[in-house]
Design a protein around this ligand. Sequence first.
Ligand code: SF4
Length: 228
Amino acid sequence: MTRAPARRPRSPRGRARAVVAGLRETYPDVVVPLDHQTPFQLLAAIVLSAQCTDLRVNQVTPALFAYAPDAAAMASADPAEIERLIYSTGFFRAKARNLIAMAQAVVDRFGGQIPPRMEDLVSLPGVGRKTANVILGHGFGVPGIAVDTHVLRLSRRLGLTEHSDPVRVERDLATLWPRRDWSDASMRLIYHGRQVCSARSPRCEACIFAEWCPSRVTPPATRAPAAR
Ligand code: SF4
């Protein structure tokens, strides 16, 4: 990983700028790790990703989307068949119910097309702000900050917010980051949380923000052997 030039920003705004620049340099390509062709398929994949790895979701979605490629097909799908196709993602009964209910609402209220507005997206069964922001940003190109567990943790560690409530964290980041950076910067924070700044064992020695991060963990000093 390329180490960014040392900067010691002192304010939340300065840290926010350094975070956006450092993340962009370190993770130039932003790709949603869930395979999809349409906003509907992205939403369905996000539903399946609860308590499940992206890898596993990507293993089941080809067959699922061959059977039910869009909202109309999912809305009238056989629940037992959906359960069978998504079984390995866990919580398959609840997820099948959620997929069908979400698809029926999309058909009934939005003509079968995923709506590109936050207020409409969060009105769908099982869709919260985090999911809606991913759909907006990566399904429609509308800037959105998806605050998942990684974004929340890193935003606090990097001194971008003092809040623990995802909506307040989203609001703080929206104030600090230029709108054009919202979608990509939040996705890059997820990459950094997964690869470097994990919840239990942050690898500060490999982190591009270690020069100034307020939460940096300093490795314990090596003790000289006791004199005999
Ligand atoms: S320096 Fe450590 S705590 Fe701070 S963001 Fe990097 S890995 Fe996380």
